[in-house]
Design a protein around this ligand. Sequence first.
Ligand code: NDP
Length: 244
Amino acid sequence: MTEKNTAIITGASSGIGQATAKELAARGYHVMLAARREERLVDLKKEIEAEGGSADYKVTDVTSADEMKSLAQAALEKTGKIDILVNNAGLMPLSYMNKLKLDEWDQMVDVNIKGVLYGIAAVLPIMEEQKSGHILNVSSVAGHQVMKGSAVYSGTKYAVRAISDGLRQEIDPSHEIRVTIVSPGAVATELTDTITDDDVLDSFKSMSMEPLQAEDIANAIGYAVEQPSHVDVNEILIRPRQQP
Ligand code: NDP
């Protein structure tokens, strides 16, 4: 890629999204930060600018198709182009199914699946018009294997992989549009804060392994987006060395 323009990152207020925003800004992209917690986006924008990078933010709830469309328009206005969308926002309130945590099931479907779909809907027409772009959808190792407590979360992450691979195959071959699935194993972030099922929390406490850091995933995303245009890194599956 010779000319760098805009990268949109959802879930940029924390963890993998925050690290990815810093990584892409350091690589010269103008980053458009999106999440619901405005104060964190303000701080991140300041931090990126202090490092010499370029950033804007837009408070966005990914469960709203209209808000996602406004986010894409705001990003487009800045540089006239959207190179990258990282559909990263996600929730992981793991629970055993017999706890019947229907509200949490709804939230995971809304954020992890519909949020990704609304992100695709917001940028795909723009990327088709440009005839170029890169959509990276964050799935998980849990999108490859199901564990006790992960049934619904895994369901959403399997869906992200199916949606991504279907989209990739449908892209007009004459367009330089790429789709990448990002499937991390355990990463030290705030993601487990959403777990309310004590049985799942107990089984988490008994695990001992050195997790990945958010920067490890950001580096992998940086690798995927910087490949020459004939290369599409279809999926990045990345675990801590000690994770089974
Ligand atoms: P964090 O909890 O640190 O970050 C989650 C981000 O999602 C936050 O920025 C949060 O922002 C945002 N978010 C949640 N709901 C919404 C919403 N409705 N609208 C907009 N943004 C929202 O977790 P991670 O960084 O770990 O997670 C990022 C992604 O990585 C997720 O998709 C997760 O499933 C995936 N993943 C994480 C793994 C891990 O071990 N950490 C492993 C595999 C995959 P805010 O609350 O401000 O809106």
